[in-house]
Design a binder for this molecule. Sequence first.
Ligand code: F6P
Length: 751
Amino acid sequence: MVTMSRLVQFVLALIVGLAVLAWAVTGFVQETARQWFERDLNLRARLVATGARASLAAHWYADQRQQLQSQLTEITHDERVMAVAACGLDLSTLASTPDFPSEFGCREVGPQVQSADGSSNPHFQEWNAVSRLPGGSIHVSAIPLWDADRQFGFLVLLQDLSYAERREARTRTFLLVSFGILGVLASGVTIFVARFSRRNWSAELRRMLHGDERRRPEFQPILRDVRDLIERVMDEREDAPGVWTAERLKQTLSLHLHGERVVIVANREPYVHERFPGGDVQIVHPASGLVTALEPVMRACSGVWIAHGSGSADRETVDRNDHVRVPPGEESYHIRRVWLSPEEELGYYYGFSNEGLWPLCHVADTRPAFRGEDWAHYQRVNERFANAVCSEVDSDDPIVLVQDYHFALVPRLIRERLPAATVIMFWHIPWPNAERFGICPWRQELLEGLLGSSIVGFHTQFHCNNFFESVDRYLEARIDREQHGVVKRGHRTLVRPYPISLEWPVRWLAKAPSPVECREHVWRDLRLKPDALLGVGVDRLDYTKGVEERLLAVERLLERFPEFRGRFSFLQVAAPSRTKIERYRQLNDLVVQLADRINDRFGEGDYRPIILLRSHHEPPDVFRYYRAAHLCYVSSLHDGMNLVAKEFVAARDDQQGVLLLSQFTGAARELTEALIVNPYDLEEASTALATALQMPPGEQQVRMRSMRSLVAHFNVYRWAGEMLVDAAQLRSRERLTGSLADRATRNAAAK
Ligand code: F6P
């Protein structure tokens, strides 16, 4: 029998022993890991130099310094290589990447590389070292360059070693936590054995196996640890290479950006509180590609979404800080609502954003209108949102994701107040060519505003190129196409394509009825004949979406292919949008007239070729239509991405249905198994409609499967993850460059 005091002594000795062991093992593992990392970086430096040797030699002997520099820049595209310099036999610098720190220049490093073999000819040998800086360490390598059996110089490579320090910190935490768990388990087992030796151990064990742990509080800590361990193992399985999930995005944030909260700035809020006739308040999910994409990201990352409070019951549902916690029932982040006066909304949203910038950026034959009073409202509202950001952040280097053309000035306003902030601006619509962009009277202010960002993202490389051209033409700034950057007054902005996507799996599918059931409901609701064929289109009623062209293509189909008359109907779900703008009201009337004309011409009895639903539909209804239809036609005249195309693909887990997609959408570059059409060409579009309606199920399946795999793989978690990883890399490079500059200043002052 074990006495209580002996038991306590034993447990204490066990804990002390484990703590000593943890300290020794952690030190050993850390030292070994550090040696591995350094050896790995030595090897990488050697491989880089060997790989580039032949072409470096060619440029070297031809004295092509420009090409030499381009090649060095190419080398820095490796995520860890920060800077490179090529040095000659006489220790002169032949070329180096921009911002190469002078303290690691050829003459400074040269003496370490020169071999002391006493020969009169210069001779170099490999040299590696680590320079520790406050922002993280740098690994420095000097690698001799050989041409056959002759040396012609050496390369100096600076590699980022801060990742190794981060991994070391994680390993240390992991080991300490593991020893902690071991300590708890060992103490628990000791107590368990001691107590069971006094009691009927088999009865205790049976009770535990039957899950009756609530009656034995002493086992709670052990069981909690075991549960945590199982959950961690399950999470790691989800985090398989290549698959991006909400969990992986969360981990990326904590690994690369220390889990900081994210602040989103977007005009549209993800949850709108509306008061309906009859008095009840309901939540509405707005029809917005931006919201569809960003909301799951916010749920994964948590933080705050700053938006215009536009719902009729929005003011009643916020707290005194204008915050409301969402999503209902989950409450993982909050919305901060910014209130706009009717004049502000008219000038900033309807005026400058949607009568100026929207038609400016879309090639859809609507003239932009630029009015001075709208611009003044736009500036003021951008300032109000920048103020809201500053009041929401809790550090001087927050991560702020600014969304879309409503807020071109916000990045610069934030940068002026929080110089260390990471500002990622994503432009959800196309960027026009420089000539067209130039018609905006405030083109310079817009570009300067955007260049306050750390990253400016577009959906396609084409729009990045247009942006570079606009900067080149209208600003004094250096364009660094190799590094995808713009440098203005010493501040660098990365400009890259990040094609946006959907969460995967889409949450609305979890409770959606099967495609067969959806078809039954929709056929009943729309009073379709059993052998009817259905096409669907889902859009905000906007002139860029090509709704008129779509209806005309249906009319042409019925003209050219009489076998579809009386059988094929096209359901157009059209959410009213920006109705205070005359052009949108005109479009509404035109679409109604067109639908009536086609229905008069080809309709008969209950049969209507065009079914027009002009009202907002909540996502579960929209997904029901997607799942029921035989085809979906996205006919945008110009569109940054178009997430309706991806939603249709996501909805079709039966691998059936055909997507017709305008060649003028960003999505057409990714969803190449869709039937790609020019929406202006009614012959081509009507032929594609007929092809879709006759496509054998086998071919539908092959196309749909391939598109689904693309959307699953390139989902919105990956979209956000890639931007955050790029931002983290920029941040660590800036910190290291800052540390180097500080050190150089201190050294200069000391001399
Ligand atoms: O998809 C382009 C886009 O402008 C989004 O950025 C925006 O959220 C959406 O259209 C809806 O527009 P609005 O917010 O003006 O209704």
